[in-house]
Design a protein around this ligand. Structure first.
Ligand code: PAF
Length: 282
């Protein structure tokens, strides 16, 4: 078996994909911003298992960071990332560079309406334009059969699915369930910002969502009851940005009574924002 090809430009990528694909039909693609953890690797393993060729990208996309967000502080762990991708069976990985993905004259952005309202869209108004634009660009470059995203970023999954449908892109989006640490904390590149004390407190988010799911399964349908219960499980130093039940397809906010969907939370612990969600129905 050939080793993993690491490429750093669009031209090199084209050649590497041509060689890797040969006569093979299906390509599974996992776009990432690096700082890889078990959640990313689960996506790669799924892509590996469901496709003949498996590809990934590492690109810290400046377009999805607001000027107030520190792009230069985003963790960059290229060597460790490449070792993980190689061990998980990736055939081709692109290390993206801004000057290659957004060359001089680049003038196109992708705006997905409605699905981007509320949630992260309200907190970070230009974020999803950056995400949709880079993912559309990467889909153009990789031409994948399937692309894999984690449910942890639920709104991102909904935005990408909407974009693919609206623009008739020929790729199947495969959302994959959140991978968790042993204590329930959702794997995230942001977890590395938590200090010891915060790390010990962080899993209460998952415990809170599980308690709400139990309440739903016991017959509760009032949004306010879920909200009360979740807040009662959170450590006092959490600041909740939003806590809502949202639909898995279009991220529409659930009315009362709640009939299903995912309970989504974004909460700050110190300077770290943690995101998580859980489907309510079995
Ligand atoms: O989820 C991420 O890591 C990023 O938003 C993505 C999809 C790689 C686009 O930059």
């Amino acid at each position: 078996m050939l080793g993993m090809r690491v490429v750093r430009s669009e031209a090199e990528l084209g050649a590497a994909l041509k060689t890797a694909r040969g006569a093979r039909e299906s390509l599974g693609f996992v776009p990432t911003m690096g700082a890889l953890h078990a959640g990313h690797i689960a996506l790669v393993e799924r892509a590996r298992g469901e496709n003949e060729v498996c590809a990934a990208s590492i690109f810290v996309n400046p377009l999805q960071f607001a000027p107030s967000e520190d792009l230069s502080a985003y963790p960059r762990t290229e060597e460790a990332d490449l070792a993980l991708l190689s061990a998980a069976g990736t055939d081709v990985v692109l290390i993206g560079r801004s000057e290659d993905l957004y060359p001089p004259g680049f003038a196109t952005t992708v705006d997905v309406a409605r699905v981007t309202e509320g949630g992260e869209g309200a907190q970070r108004p230009t974020h999803f334009r950056g995400v949709a634009t880079v993912v559309a660009k990467l889909f153009g470059m990789f031409q994948p059969t399937r692309a894999y995203f984690g449910w942890k970023d639920m709104q991102q999954c909904c935005v990408i699915k909407r974009m693919v449908r609206d623009l008739s892109l020929s790729v199947t989006i495969v959302p994959c369930e959140t991978v968790r640490e042993a204590d329930g904390l959702a794997c995230s590149s942001r977890n590395r910002y938590l200090d010891r004390e915060q790390r010990a407190k962080a899993p209460c988010i998952h415990r809170a969502l599980c308690a709400a799911r139990e309440l739903f399964r016991a017959g509760e349908r009032r949004h306010a009851a879920f909200e009360r219960l979740v807040r009662s499980h959170l450590e006092p130093d959490f600041v909740v940005d939003y806590l809502e039940v949202r639909d898995e397809e279009d991220f529409a906010r659930s009315a009362d009574p709640v009939t299903g969907g995912r309970l989504v939370i974004a909460a700050r612990l110190g300077r770290t924002r943690l995101l998580d969600n859980l489907p309510l129905a079995p």
